[in-house]
Design a protein around this ligand. Sequence first.
Ligand code: SF4
Ligand code: SF4
Length: 417
Amino acid sequence: MAKASHWHALRKRVHLICFLIFIALPFFNVIRFDIPRQRFYFAGRELWINEFAIIFFTLMFLMFLVVASSVFYGRVYCGYLCPQMIFSEASMALESRLRRRVTRKFIAWKPAARERLVRVLFYLVLAAASVVLAFIFISYFVEPRDLFHRLASLDIRTAGGIAGASVTVLTFLDFALVRLRFCTTVCPYGYLQGMLGDGHTLLVHYRDDTHECIECKKCVRVCPMGIDIRESPFQIECVHCAECIDACDEILGKLKKPGLIHYVWGEKGPLAANSRQPWDAKRVIVLLILLGYASGLVIAMGMRHSVLVQVAPVRATLYKLEADGRVSNRFRYSLSNRSPRPAAVIFSIQHLPDATLALSPNPIPVQPGATVQGEFEIWRPGGSVRDPVSHFTIVSSTLPDQVTDSIPMTFLGPEGK
Ligand code: SF4
Ligand code: SF4
């Protein structure tokens, strides 16, 4: 744990890192759901919407990460990592900084005129920041370059443009008017936390067995949620930001006394500064589940083929007898290149004597992100077809990955030919 009285500075550093991560995630395709292209990006890989296993494990892993952090560390996500908290505090800090500057510079003005100037300046800066934040947020769902072109052409006719304008307005209203009220009204996480936490979950707690509190109420004044932590550590408004810890440490520090508010492992648990998280069966199970989803995700990613090859027989006509006595079957293929590199697929046949594959070109080129569909025929001399159903294998080899797939298939022909 960090040294007491430094929670505010630590939190601001974490907020800055989170903000940088918030920007980087969509721009580097670390995590992004591209709605127009129906693609899911994870760890730089482009996943197609039909790659259900990977998307499932990713979403379950992220969901359990939130559950695990709530069981272990309570509402630390709210105080340290949540974008609503980060930008609400930033907008409040901006407003009070502007107020201080305007007051200093225009000391001769009437207070009402100064306040009008503060509001105008604040709304201007917030409007520009809302455009940037909305741009970053929508980049999670629309390719950033495409989004930039829409923004540059002031597009408010297409669905993407309307979504961008709406998110900008909502962002502006959120950080101008709602701010931290969001945490206690709209956001369900605070209520969820009540269900996930237990007797060992990290809490901000006021402890004063020897009646050292000097009733200065500094802890109440600094609380961004406007509550008194001395009443209960389980107030739904408390986001575990630790501002009250710093405040009490500072004020009692001047009297050479230790602060009365601390991070603790549960209401009756030890101070977090002096001990580690207590372990129990619940925590082990939560970690094992998290590990299970992480392993599933790694395995699913490892088994992923960059080119999805699908082959199916065309059975509108079971088989065709050519004029020269040959028997032919028709097949349909679909090749989807899910990698950022050009690829090619070569088809061949195994376990079907005397068969000829009528396919051109072979290898079939597939551009990045493209799906190529087509049909081919397999011919056999009439004399080779002895059974109405012959089992064989279509082999697909993908270049440059050198991945080979064997697809079991049947060849149909007339009986006893
Ligand atoms: S800051 Fe500390 S001393 Fe002051 S009222 Fe709060 S708990 Fe009491
Ligand atoms: S009570 Fe303390 S930890 Fe809780 S929100 Fe207020 S300042 Fe933050």
